[in-house]
Design a protein. Structure first.
Length: 55
């Protein structure tokens, strides 16, 4: 059975995508904890020069 194409998000300025690499397990964390960890990573990557991008 073929599934219909998913609907993408709209009205966003940025999309942040997480990826994992081979042979690495994801931590067991709640959605709220994951958001906090992501915020910490973004803050660390942009300090002291906020123009830096993570690629």
């Amino acid at each position: 059975m073929m599934h219909p194409d998913p609907e993408g998000p709209s009205g966003l300025d940025y999309i942040i995508c997480e990826s994992t690499y081979g042979d690495r397990d994801r931590i067991d964390a709640t959605a709220d904890r994951r958001r906090k960890l992501l915020a910490e990573e973004v803050r660390a990557a942009t300090h002291p020069q906020p123009a830096r991008w993570i690629t």
